[in-house]
Design a binder for this molecule. Structure first.
Ligand code: BGC
Length: 716
């Protein structure tokens, strides 16, 4: 029996074992049917046609070369976008060649980087994570999916679920931050948003978990660099967000650029074949990153394209993005250097995903849906909500914000005051002219008693300084050693300060920045991120108090580059009291989980339901949260745990839960968290989760640096 058959056989067995009529069992039946179709199709395919399916091409348009290659069955997928995006018409024309002019009519799958929106551009992913709302993340990706699908995209290269702890690394902007638990939750939410319950239904696209794995740990924060990640850290920190996405049904995974402890991710059999495909039971396909297969030569583990291709396919990379080394695989099979079973497995997985997407039934995209992809009022409303919930208030001296019910003259100044390019690094088909700038948002939403000017004058009461880093300073291959505001903007703020007027600084950034100077010159500081199409409106909602800030940081903001890496869930040393630098503490400027509100939330009355619990027990931890102010507000209540003594050293704190609650003025709510011993497992030497007896600290808190503290014990 070949590999593919073994996989199918074992999955079939799983069906039989789970023989009931739950939605899951129906899905399994559908998959079984698909797999038998895949099996039949595979039998009809020549070796050359199989190898062709493993190739994802990049071509700015349909030229003779591409057309001939498709006809010869050499193209399994096309990367749409980057230099040129195929219109639906062009896409269908290309598809028609595959369907009508190839021997077997296997459809092409079209992939595109749908990162934080397609036409309606939402805040960058790092910002979205600061909403701490899986629901909103799911909805944003669902809108993105529907717009992309209407434009002929079958497959989104997202979500990126790389845990990211280095602000120098430009791609931190694409991530959901530094915490594994949050990354896992948002990974699932994003996959649900893209794929829905049935990925073949209208408006859904295939998700792609990327970059597998450990890409965020790039040495020195320099993009693409090698990574040194212990097996334990890999399993505890970097793999769980992928596993969560696989369990949510993600149908593709992209391998990463980085070298992991000496073996590039693209050639990493241990992680792709063993961990992802075997242990996690991932049954979709793995695509390499851009050029990454051929780059195995530059990594220094392959001497030529032939070797590079063999390393990648053997490691479990099913489809090669852009480079053409896999074309060599036909000869390699013929020369008995590679088993055809390995090719069959890869092709089987790709065909499986194409069937799941419904491409065999509906290979073409309807021309009539394109207009539906434009940003509508409803979608803009969602983008506005997400943008305002993702902004994080870091300072609000003497409650200068909100600027409400005041007759006031506001000057909106700074490099970003009229900026439309606040859509992050990946902008897909977002249009600058559709973006509401900070200035226009503040002007259009102002009450009649507010006057807005573009410069500071004698009548100015308050200055809103819009500063930040442009989308070309972060993103892929855009790492920085200096994480202060660029372009002399600190000096600009200092000069502004001399005017003697209060300054509210709004920062439009793609990474945690060193804001020490900004804090000194500003009465209030709001992190805006790159908020997308509704930038100005979302900002106005917060500035004028129509909404109350509720975003909380999902990455620590360091005091300086010298503190990096700085994240909340570090492990202790034997001398935790001596962890500071000579010239600086080890604490960041703002910790993970931090974010202010116009309300004032008080935490009291922590109750841990049991002091001791056995291995099968669970316990409830509760606290009373009171809104001690006269404005309604939303608070993200966080639960942290520390395993005090274990068989391996544990982080000083680990996020184990959170709730987003809204409280009316003076309202109190008791927030309960249930912890099962299963939530407290550690990995043994074989990376199997086990429950270890012993004492734990627990906190319910407003951020990772504070909290009401209790304790409990798991009995022997
Ligand atoms: C990036 C991926 C992206 C791919 C295709 C690569 O350079 O690392 O995240 O999906 O290009 O555009």
């Amino acid at each position: 029996m070949n590999n593919l058959k073994i996989i199918f056989f074992s999955i079939t067995l799983t069906f039989l074992l789970a023989c009931n009529t739950t939605p899951e069992s129906n899905e399994i039946k559908v998959d079984e049917l698909i797999m038998s179709k895949v099996d039949s199709l595979l039998k009809l395919m020549s070796l050359e046609e199989k190898v062709g399916q493993l190739s994802q091409r990049f071509s700015a348009g349909l030229d003779n070369k591409l057309s001939d290659d498709i006809k010869n069955g050499q193209v399994g997928s096309l990367l749409n976008g980057r230099k040129n995006f195929y219109t639906v018409k062009e896409r269908n024309k290309i598809q028609k060649i595959a369907i009508e002019e190839t021997r077997l009519g296997i459809p092409i799958i079209f992939g595109h980087d749908v990162i934080h929106g397609f036409r309606t551009i939402f805040p960058i992913s790092l910002a979205q994570s600061c909403t701490w709302s899986p629901k909103l993340i799911e909805r944003a990706n669902s809108v993105a999916a529907s717009e992309a699908a209407a434009n002929g995209v079958d497959w989104a290269f997202a979500p990126m679920v790389d845990v990211s702890r280095d602000p120098r690394w430009g791609r931190i902007a694409e991530s959901y931050g530094e915490d594994t638990y949050l990354n896992a939750i948002f990974s699932k939410a994003a996959v649900n948003g893209f794929q829905g319950k049935d990925v073949s239904s209208e408006g859904k696209v295939i998700a792609c978990l990327k970059h597998f794995v450990g890409y965020g740990a790039a040495t020195g924060g320099r993009d693409y660099q090698y990574t040194e990640i212990s097996d334990r850290t890999m399993h505890e920190v970097y793999l769980p967000s992928f596993e969560a996405g696989v369990n949510a049904g993600a149908l593709t995974v992209m391998s990463a650029f980085n070298d992991i402890n000496g073996v590039p991710a693209t050639a990493n059999k241990k992680y792709i074949r063993k961990t992802l495909k075997e242990k996690m039971n991932f049954n979709g396909f793995v695509v390499s990153d851009w050029d990454a297969v051929e780059e195995l030569i530059k990594h220094g583990i392959a001497s030529d394209k032939r070797e590079a291709a063999l390393l990648a396919i053997n490691a479990g990379v099913d489809m090669e993005m852009k480079t053409l080394t896999y074309q060599k695989l036909t000869e390699e099979v013929k020369a008995n250097n590679l088993s055809e079973n390995i090719i069959d497995e890869a092709v089987g997985r790709i065909l499986f995903v194409k069937y799941k997407k419904g491409l065999f039934k509906n290979p073409y995209t309807s021309l009539t849906n394109v207009d539906k992809a434009n940003p509508t009022l409803e979608k803009r409303k969602l983008a506005r909500q997400i943008a305002s919930e993702s902004m994080v208030l870091l300072k609000n001296k003497e409650n200068i914000l909100p600027l409400k019910n005041k007759k006031i003259n506001i000057a909106v100044v700074g490099l970003f005051a009229n900026e439309t390019n606040v859509m992050g690094w990946w902008q897909s088909l977002g249009k600058n002219e559709e973006v509401v700038t900070p200035y226009s948002g503040l002007k259009n939403n102002a009450d009649s008693n507010i006057t807005i000017t573009k410069e500071v004058n004698s009548k100015t009461d308050v200055i809103i300084a819009c500063v930040g880093e442009s989308s070309t300073l972060f993103g892929e291959n855009h790492s920085r050693t200096n994480i202060k505001l660029p372009n002399n903007q600190e000096a600009f703020l200092n000069k502004l300060k001399k005017k003697g007027k209060p300054i509210i600084t709004v920062v439009f950034n793609g990474r945690p920045l060193d804001l020490t100077g900004v804090l000194e010159s500003s009465e209030a500081v709001l992190i805006g991120w790159h908020p997308g199409i509704e930038t100005g409106n979302a900002l106005a909602d917060l500035i004028y108090g129509k909404s109350n800030p509720s975003g909380k940081l999902t990455t620590s903001f360091p005091k300086s580059v010298g503190q990096i890496p700085v994240y909340y869930n570090q492990r202790n040393s034997g001398r935790p009291h001596q962890s500071n630098y000579r010239d600086e503490t080890s604490k960041p400027l703002f910790p993970f989980g931090f974010g202010l509100s116009y309300s004032n939330f008080e935490y009291d009355n922590l109750i841990v339901s049991k002091e001791k619990l056995n291995r099968k027990d669970s316990l409830v931890i509760s606290a009373q949260i009171t809104n001690n102010s006269n404005v309604q507000g939303t608070e993200i209540v966080q639960l942290y745990v520390q395993d005090i003594v274990g068989s391996t050293t544990r982080p000083v704190k680990e996020l184990k839960g959170f709730r987003k609650i809204t409280l009316a003025p003076n309202e109190s709510k008791v927030v309960n968290f249930t912890l099962k011993t299963n939530d407290l497992t550690v990995l043994n030497d074989n990376f199997i989760p086990i429950i270890e007896p012993g004492k734990f600290n627990v906190w319910i808190s407003t951020n990772s640096d504070k909290g009401l503290k209790g304790s409990f014990e798991i009995e022997k």
